[in-house]
Write a protein that binds this ligand. Structure first.
Ligand code: GLA
Length: 362
């Protein structure tokens, strides 16, 4: 009998390019050290079984029935959805026990779900060759088709293709990426607001629809092909126009940010962060009082170049660019301010870009 094997997949922080992925635009995430780990061992009773350190609910099924699994509206759907997609491709699944643990905080906008999907996918594959891009798409299908959220490809992609000490700029139309080295003299700090407003999933769906309406009005296949001039001259509802404006300007900001990073222009990088946040706040309407406060407060602090909400929205984390020498004071000041305003202790993470998913069996 073979010994246990462990597979790791990271969460992510998106630096810039929010809600652009399902519009086939650009995103610039980093993979994190915070990760989900799946330990596998042969199952004693011929069933596939999944359990999590933090959850009571477990799930087991006969491997040959994987293709007929149905969603249950619980955490196991992320794993079962991946298993089902693999089975539908004809990948035979072994009878395994999957034990899952994670240090990616849930509901924080750091993509605990993609980390779970990708680590499970590697666990089911047990080291078998599988094209990484196809695996990212498969995990995305598990989320859109089984879990039921019409999300883009960013989270699964960066969980698989993340790079140590660099961000990746993904072109969500060609599905190619380039490595973007970040200046050394800046620290990426994620601050978890510890709130996630219920609205999140339904609002996400509505935004996806609004973007489709805008594309249709302008006669383009996706907002990737839209310009500000087209948005101005095409008749469409006011809200829809604002959503389209966010997406088009956000794509431009990703490109400007990549240029600023190459030039080591931290002031410009920070300015683009704040512009991105304002666009999410005013045009895309996906922020929340707590994250708006964290951004407004952060940008008054010594050594902070810029701040913005990261991830799907309605709470979760902000991401901040901070001069290394100012980090300790920045973190303390942010803790104090947030506690005083909302009586909540935020979790703060110093983010170091890490590698993409892999087996880490010792
Ligand atoms: C969620 C989705 C991603 C992306 C972001 C917003 O994390 O899973 O695909 O759309 O929101 O940028």
């Amino acid at each position: 009998m073979k010994g246990p094997r462990t597979f790791r997949a990271p969460g992510r922080v998106n630096l810039i390019g929010e809600h652009t992925d399902y519009n086939l635009g650009f995103v610039l995430p980093i993979a994190l050290h915070l990760s989900t780990y799946v330990e596998t061992s042969p199952s004693p009773d011929g069933l596939l079984r999944i359990s999590s350190e933090f959850r009571n609910i477990t799930l087991s099924w006969a491997p040959e029935e994987t293709a007929t699994l149905e969603p249950r509206k619980q955490w196991t759907d992320y794993v079962a959805g991946v298993a089902r997609e693999l089975a539908l491709l004809g990948v035979p699944l072994e009878a395994l026990e999957l034990k899952i643990r994670s240090d990616v905080p849930e509901g924080s906008g750091l993509s605990s779900s993609a980390a779970l999907e990708v680590s499970s996918a590697l666990a089911f594959l047990q080291g078998r060759e599988f094209d990484r891009l196809e695996l990212a798409r498969l995990c995305q299908r598990a989320e859109t088709g089984f879990v039921g959220l019409p999300s883009g490809i960013m989270d699964q992609y960066v969980s698989l293709f993340g790079q140590p000490r660099a961000a990746i700029r993904i072109d969500c139309r060609s599905l190619e990426h380039i490595t973007v080295t970040l200046p050394d003299d800046v620290q990426i700090i994620a601050i978890n607001s510890m709130v996630k407003h219920e609205l999140g999933a339904s609002a996400y769906r509505i935004r996806v629809q609004e973007c489709a309406i805008a594309s249709e009005a302008m006669g383009v296949a996706s907002l990737r092909d839209a310009t500000l001039a087209m948005i101005l001259k095409t008749p469409m509802p006011g809200e829809v126009r604002k959503r389209a404006r966010h997406v088009v300007t956000e794509n431009l900001r990703v490109e400007s940010f990549v240029e600023a990073a190459a030039a080591g222009d931290l002031a410009r990088m920070g300015q683009l962060f704040v512009e991105s946040h304002r666009s999410m706040q005013q045009d895309y309407a996906i922020t929340a009082d707590e994250v708006d406060f964290l951004v407004d407060e952060a940008i008054t602090k010594e050594g902070c170049y810029g701040a913005r909400m990261t991830g799907g929205g309605f709470g979760g984390c902000t991401v901040n660019l901070v001069a290394p020498a100012a980090v300790d004071a920045f973190e303390q000041a942010m803790r104090d301010a947030y506690k005083q305003r909302f009586n909540i202790d935020p979790n703060i993470f110093r983010c170091i870009p890490g590698p993409g998913a892999a087996e880490i069996t010792k």
